[in-house]
Ligand binder design. Structure first.
Ligand code: SF4
Length: 304
């Protein structure tokens, strides 16, 4: 009798200890998620302010591919919209490129549930890309160009004043290296851009956000991700190589990506070699001007 009582009481205390432990773990988990969400909001908010991305009355067209980045962008912009000091509207746009197996119902169902304004734009760029790209060549360059053209044109049609794309910090750094390695130019994806025909202003609100944070946020939010390999194309191999290089650096030298991204925002034209950005031939004249000013200052000092 006594043994049974002891056993029962010990089981009860084991169970309650395990309940306490799992409640504490759940609380820690929730705290970690709140921290992640706040960090993403802060980074997006800072990028929006730093580059003047969104102004009073803007109609922001959020390009939604069904990948983790664009879902995160929409979610964070919606939360900022609720507390922003300026009024702006959001409209989500998905381009259905008619890739075989594209799950057409996923985005409308998700957006209906959120109550977000949206359009699904149907353009068969898939067939065009397949037709125009020679066998064995990568299809991404043409596909992206056609996608960009369709989205920019549609933004104009619906009167969107800004086109928001979900590129993040790592996309920007990868593009920087790809342009250096293969394009012979020091350029990347700017947080804000005027399109070549001056019809659209493109913004990248996730410019300050780490891809790992977006990945984690996306998993926690259980976004209904649409796979991006429906076109059957190889992913851009060079981009993948650069991506792996950056990831390896970040493991070996934590903080390196942060420093590199800071470098993109902190350019010193006189310490590079672009003759259009800095007047190297005018340095002698600049030297003479500065010397003259120094002499003036020196003379004034002596008179005093
Ligand atoms: S992976 Fe496919 S859908 Fe994506 S850009 Fe390349 S060709 Fe287009």
């Amino acid at each position: 009798m006594t043994d049974t009582a002891v056993t029962t009481s010990s089981s009860v205390s084991d169970a309650s200890a395990s309940n306490v432990a799992s409640a504490a773990a759940a609380a820690d988990d929730k705290r970690a998620f709140n921290k992640l969400q706040k960090r993403l909001r802060r980074q997006v908010g800072n990028a929006v302010i730093d580059y003047g991305m969104i102004e009073e009355g803007d109609k922001v067209m959020v390009c939604l591919s069904g990948g983790k980045d664009s879902y995160t962008m929409l979610e964070i912009l919606r939360s900022l919209q609720r507390n922003a000091p300026v009024n702006f509207s959001l409209v989500a746009v998905n381009l259905d490129q008619k890739q075989p197996g594209f799950p057409e119902h996923v985005l409308p169902e998700y957006l209906d549930k959120l109550g977000v304004d949206y359009h699904i734009l149907e353009r068969d760029t898939y067939s065009v890309v397949k037709e125009k790209t020679p066998e064995g060549k990568t299809t991404c360059a043409l596909c992206s160009r056609l996608r960009r053209g369709s989205l920019y044109g549609f933004a104009e049609e619906i009167g969107a004043t800004k086109v928001a794309l979900g590129h993040h910090r790592e996309d920007i750094l990868e593009t920087l290296f790809l342009n250096m390695f293969f394009g012979g130019s020091l350029k990347s994806m700017p947080p804000k851009l005027l399109s070549d025909d001056a019809k659209n202003i493109v913004i990248r609100p996730l410019a300050y956000c780490r891809e790992a944070d977006i990945e984690e946020f996306s998993q926690r939010m259980e976004f209904p991700i649409i796979p991006c390999n429906l076109c059957g194309s190889q992913p851009n191999m060079q981009r993948q190589v650069v991506k792996e290089m950056l990831a390896e650096w970040e493991v070996k030298y934590p903080g390196r990506l942060e420093s590199m991204f800071k470098a993109v925002t902190n350019v010193a034209p006189s310490q590079l070699a672009d003759r259009d950005l800095f007047d190297f031939k005018g340095l002698e004249a600049e030297q003479a001007k500065r010397r003259e000013n120094r002499i003036d200052a020196f003379d004034l000092g002596r008179e005093a």
